[in-house]
Structures are given as structure tokens and as C-alpha cells.
Write a protein that binds this ligand. Sequence first.
Ligand SMILES: [Zn+2]
Length: 84
Amino acid sequence: MKPPICVICYKEFTDSDEGGLVYFEKSKSDERWIKAMKVEGLTGHPPYADWFCEKHFMAAKELSKLTLIEAMEILKEKFSEDLL
Ligand SMILES: [Zn+2]
């Protein structure tokens, strides 16, 4: 797992209540990743999930029916002033 740092504003969480991990719809390449990890017997940070701080968590959650890439395009537009 990656450390909990918001993928939008790069805010690091000091408290687990401040935000959370959002799981998005899996793309074809994500399905391949899952299969490969299973075959290798490995675990890792899922490519279809990412961390969002308190400010961005709900907006990300609302878009979780999209893939991470699709959702990020919308979120980056919506929160363009928060991007580094
Ligand atoms: Zn954030």
C-alpha cells in the first residue's frame, strides 16, 4: 500500500479520519494486474485505488463508478486550484 497522501493536493494524512482510500472501476489493464499479482503471489497497491484527503474524498467517491483515469480527469478539472 502507498502511504496515505491525497492524489489531488498531496496532503499527507495525520489522522485516518481525514480521508480515505477510494476504489474505482477496474480497467482492462487493472484486471491484468490482479491476475499477474495472483499468479506471482504478490500484493501491492491496486492501480484502481488511490488516497483522497477529507476535502476531496466525497467527490472522488461519487466518481468511483468510473475508472481511476476517467475520474482523475474530472477531479483535476474540478479541483484545478488545489493541484500542485
Ligand atoms: Zn486533497
